[in-house]
Ligand binder design. Structure first.
Ligand SMILES: NC(=O)c1ccc[n+]([C@@H]2O[C@H](COP(=O)([O-])OP(=O)(O)OC[C@H]3O[C@@H](n4cnc5c(N)ncnc54)[C@H](O)[C@@H]3O)[C@@H](O)[C@H]2O)c1
Length: 313
């Protein structure tokens, strides 16, 4: 029997719906299950998306409860309280931690083998909490982390160097938030490092590049100030991650995972390039870091560690 490719989405607000829509258009899954504490919202979204089947992929979209997640290969968690204008991601912590306690218990009961993709903020902390609360292997719990920030970084660098963003190899690591770290020392295009001033003869202008990174780091604030939330690019980023899992691609993506002594850091979830496949996080890639990058990563870990210390599970 051909197994259904079932994906669950918990939380059908801006991010959950953007992810569902992007998944629907890609036709990655045969069934998408939408779950929200406001069941009517999930129901309405499922009805709406289903009507696209006449023109799109043959994807069944249903709304329901956790019991409908049986055999789901991936469950994306976007439930929670959204970031308010000017609010840091870490401020969201306590509001979202409680929500997760209930969700993880349900997921362990009804989808114990699924890979969980956590997108809710603060994503590094909620990934850590989920790993702590869930009975599943921690490698099956992945935070979207700096996947979106890395996409923004590559997009702006692609624009700066006038090349396809997909030809830019550059990572943002650490916290998905204010302390995130750009890895300039390994950023490259066509095998040529940007810092060597040799990419198509373009000089690496430190001031300009610092501003470019600030634009990446502050992008969520800028978008939220204008439209009230961010959702479409994270929806696309979620689909990239889900595709790597479902198709067992072993893609190297910067996602939030638990460090186990790498760079002298342990027992903290933050983003580093990771090998992603059917069994979730299947490997770690450890780029060499310049001294300033290592300092930045340590600062990022300290920020996350401090917040984690205040949570009672
Ligand atoms: N990781 C990223 O890069 C990234 C990017 C954008 C937003 N986010 C985060 O994603 C989360 C969702 O953002 P949004 O704009 O979609 O918010 P939203 O308020 O539009 O949607 C949240 C949804 O979660 C639902 N919900 C709340 N508690 C629930 C529960 N216990 N069970 C099921 N559903 C529940 C709400 O009813 C709502 O529909 C936020 O934490 C936001 O900060 C992350």
């Amino acid at each position: 029997m051909i197994q259904k490719r079932r994906i669950g989405i918990i939380g059908t607000g801006h991010v959950g719906v953007a992810a569902a829509y992007a998944l629907f258009l890609r036709g990655l899954a045969s069934e998408i299950v939408l779950i929200d504490k406001h069941s009517e919202r999930a129901e309405g979204e499922a009805m709406d998306l289903t009507h696209g089947r006449a023109f799109g992929e043959s994807v069944e979209v249903i709304s329901g409860g956790y019991q409908d997640l049986g055999e789901a290969q991936v469950v994306v968690v976007t439930a929670g309280v959204a970031q308010q204008p000017g609010e840091t991601r870490l401020n969201l912590l306590n509001r979202n931690a409680g929500v997760f306690r209930d969700i993880v218990a349900q997921l362990d009961r009804y989808a114990p083998r699924a890979v969980l993709v956590i997108a809710s903020n603060p994503v590094d902390i909620l990934t850590h909490i989920t790993q702590q609360l869930s009975h599943r292997d921690p490698n099956l719990v992945i935070g979207t982390g700096t996947l979106l920030d890395t996409a923004r970084f590559r997009t702006l660098l692609g624009r700066h160097y006038c090349v396809d963003a997909r030809s830019v190899h550059a990572y943002i690591v650490g916290e998905h938030g204010d302390s995130e770290v750009p890895l300039w020392s390994s950023a490259s295009i066509g095998g040529v490092r940007l810092v060597d001033n040799a990419v198509m003869g373009i000089t690496f202008d430190e001031t300009r590049m610092r501003r470019l990174f600030e634009e990446v780091r502050d992008a969520a604030y800028a978008i939220i100030a204008r439209k009230g939330y961010t959702n479409t690019a994270i929806g696309v980023a979620i689909v990239r991650l889900v595709a790597a899992i479902l198709d067992d691609q072993r893609s190297v993506l910067p996602v939030s995972r638990r460090l186990k002594g790498e760079y002298g850091l342990a027992d903290i979830c933050l983003s580093m390039p990771s090998v992603i496949g059917r069994r979730g996080v299947e490997g770690a890639v450890l780029p060499p870091l310049a001294a300033t990058e290592l300092e930045g990563l340590e600062r990022s870990a300290a920020v996350i560690g401090q917040e984690l210390g205040g949570i009672e599970l």
